[in-house]
Design a protein around this ligand. Structure first.
Ligand code: PHE
Length: 341
């Protein structure tokens, strides 16, 4: 029996050496120390021994048991340590390695100009409205006094969605004048920036999609002097104090009288140079007093109220502001270009 005990001990210890995980360790424990384990089975046979042998063997068996328990605990601790070490090695983080540099973008030059415009107008008490790019011809043309047959309504100029020319991509932000007058209480002071679409070939100064900012004021006693005063203030804020403007007569169906506003060329100061094509002036925007027909169409009493409106091209304004020669650069999103602003 003593030999059997020794055998069990030797075998158990050598098997324990191969144990690598908690499951295997548990299986080992059951096999050698469990209720039906080899040691227990052996101890149950003690009854067969003589009275002298029994206590000696009992003591020996207990010693073996204790040794095995001790070894089992040691193995358990050893396994825990090595798994901790493996994790520590695995999850090493070298905080001294230089990080990947993140390239930060910045605002697009056209949005710089848009934000400046918004700030100027909001500072003067205007509200900023958003409007639909898919628009009804009724709002883009009819209600703006551009009747059937007006050249801008032609299929060669405008993107229509249907054969009957009812639904279209707006060709100007001016329909927002109507939408504002139809839905808002008087007085009205709004600007409305957004994309507009025309069937133009792409070149250095044209694109089938571009941006405008519409402006509209409707109140009592509004005159052309308010239009000129406000727009002159805006131009000085945008291009610097003392920037000269001039107002030329023009025609738009929805304003009467209508005008275009030019700014004196920043390059030559009005003498004439390639930038202003020898004119000394650069066209900036279209404007005018809101046509009484348009006001009346929106249910506004023209005996009491009058208004003025303007429309400014954002790309052109940004091009002038940052001296960009080609419109296409604004849309190409080439970072070598954009990084310059
Ligand atoms: N909508 C006109 C255009 O696109 C500009 C404009 C707006 C003119 C408001 C007068 C008043 O050319």
């Amino acid at each position: 029996m003593k030999e059997t005990l020794e055998q069990i001990k030797t075998l158990a210890i050598s098997e324990l050496d191969d144990v690598r995980d908690a499951n295997a360790l548990d299986a080992w424990r059951v096999k050698y120390l469990g209720k039906k384990g080899e040691l227990t089975v052996l101890l149950k046979q003690m009854g067969k021994l003589s009275a002298e042998e029994r206590p000696i063997m009992g003591q020996l068996a207990n010693e073996v048991r204790e040794v095995l328990i001790e070894k089992m605990d040691a193995q358990k601790q050893c396994m825990e340590e090595s798994s901790l070490n493996a994790r520590l090695v695995d999850e090493t983080l070298d905080v001294t390695i230089p990080g990947k540099s993140v390239t930060l973008g910045h605002q697009h030059p056209m949005y710089v100009v848009l934000d400046e415009l918004k700030e100027i107008f909001i500072g003067m008490g205007f509200e900023c409205l958003d409007g639909p790019e898919v628009e009804l011809a009724e709002y883009n043309f009819d209600k703006l006094n551009a009747e059937e047959g007006h050249p801008s309504r032609d299929w060669s100029d405008t993107f229509y969605f249907d054969k009957d020319s009812h639904v279209m991509l707006r060709s100007q932000t001016s329909p927002m004048q109507i939408r504002a007058m139809e839905t808002r209480p008087l007085p009205i002071r709004i600007i409305s920036p957004g994309r507009v679409y025309r069937k133009d070939e792409v070149d250095a100064t044209h694109s089938p999609m571009f941006h405008q900012v519409e402006g509209l004021v409707v109140d009592r006693d509004i005159t052309m002097a308010d239009l000129k005063g406000t727009l002159n203030t805006v131009v000085e804020k945008l291009y610097g104090k003392g920037t000269k403007t001039r107002f030329r007569p023009h025609h738009f169906p929805f304003t009467e009288p209508s005008c275009e506003m030019d700014v004196q060329c920043h390059k030559c100061g009005g003498i004439g140079c390639p930038t202003c094509k020898g004119e000394g002036w650069i066209e900036l925007l279209g404007a005018g007093m809101v046509h009484p027909k348009v006001l009346e169409g929106c249910g506004i009493d023209t005996e009491v109220y009058s208004g003025w409106a303007f429309g400014i091209g954002l790309e052109r304004t940004a091009m002038r502001r940052f001296k960009i020669a080609d419109l296409r650069l604004i849309f190409e999103n080439d970072v070598r270009f954009l990084a310059q602003f």
